[in-house]
Design a protein around this ligand. Structure first.
Ligand code: CP
Ligand code: NVA
Length: 311
């Protein structure tokens, strides 16, 4: 099995075995890093990184990851490249294909990433769109499995906005046989077409993806509680409306008590303490948010090594 030359736009495009390959490779690369053993699998290779939205984790983990793999990464944004001055994405795709070995892009429109991938001759990695954040969700199932072992039959509960994270987790859970309950307020459900697609995907491993509106019922016995911000990047103007709509969708200590005793709490970060999660829960012993953030590095190194032909 090889992922060489492939894009990573959505976890839906990966088979269950390919997801397992990414998980196993992540484990190996994490071990090598912890042992201080060199693993320059992408010596002499370069990654172009296009950012049209802010980032701390994604930028640093991709850039450091490329360095640790023996390659280098180039940071491009609207103000330091021609992208912000309107150079068409299809031209950027073909130009970058002549210089670098893969492109990671974070932008608003998912269709723009699809267009970039269509016109590029090199692997394109989705570093977050309004629709999906696959690198984060792959990291999340990797992190969950470090704590919970085999995820088949285990249950994750996502609380909050049915956004890019919720939508990516549907596909990630489906591929590893994990049940996912999405507890969202009315009007904030994940996209129905994606939901139907993920439900179909989940049949292969026999897990269940459900959208519920009763948060306490959803959390009952959960192995993993997960949340994300109420207003995503690009939704700043809706902040107040969203604060009202989502005000009862906070992970606090009372809610956590309804989950399994050994449940873990996850958040992709950045977190808005006092909104989707309390400071107390963020800082409690069940919270694994910083391990989760660290794992972005290991999992993305695995993704790059596999897609860019280092393995
Ligand atoms: N979780 C995540 O993608 O973080 P950044 O926005 O900091 O990259
Ligand atoms: N849903 C958030 C995720 C940030 C990593 C956003 O899109 O802003």
């Amino acid at each position: 099995m090889s992922l060489q030359g492939r894009d990573l736009l959505s976890i839906h495009d990966l088979t269950c075995d390919e997801v397992q390959l990414i998980m196993q490779t992540s484990t190996k690369l994490k071990e090598l890093k912890k042992r201080g053993q060199e693993h320059a699998l992408l010596k002499g290779k370069t990654l172009g990184m296009i950012f049209q939205k802010s980032s701390t984790r994604t930028r640093v983990s991709f850039e450091v990851g490329m360095w640790q793999l023996g390659g280098m990464a180039i940071f491009l944004n609207d103000s330091n490249s021609q992208i912000g001055r309107g150079e068409p994405i299809k031209d950027t795709a073909r130009v970058l294909s002549r210089y670098v070995d893969a492109i990671m892009i974070r932008t608003f429109s998912h269709e723009a990433v699809e267009e970039l991938a269509y016109f590029a001759d090199i692997p394109v990695i989705n570093g977050l769109t309004d629709k999906l954040h696959p690198c984060q969700a792959l990291t999340d199932i990797f992190t969950a499995s470090e704590y919970k072992g085999d995820l088949r039959g285990k249950t994750m509960v996502y609380i909050g906005d049915g956004n890019n994270m919720a939508q990516s987790l549907m596909f990630a859970c489906a591929r590893v046989g994990m049940n996912l309950r999405l507890a969202t307020p009315d009007g904030y459900d994940p996209d129905n077409e994606l939901y139907q697609q993920a439900c179909k995907d989940s049949q292969e491993m026999g897990s269940k993806i459900e959208v519920l509106h009763d948060i306490r019922q959803a959390v009952e016995g959960a192995d993993v509680l997960y949340t994300d911000v109420w207003a995503s990047m690009g939704q700043e103007k809706e902040q107040e409306i969203r604060r009202q709509a989502l005000k009862d969708f906070t992970i606090d200590a009372d809610l956590l008590k309804l989950a399994a005793k050994d449940a873990i709490v996850m958040h992709c970060l950045p977190a808005h303490r006092g909104e989707e999660i309390t400071d107390e829960v963020m800082e409690c012993s069940q919270s694994v948010v910083f391990d989760q953030a660290e794992n972005r590095l290991h999992v993305q190194k695995a993704i790059m090594a596999l897609l860019m032909g280092g393995l």
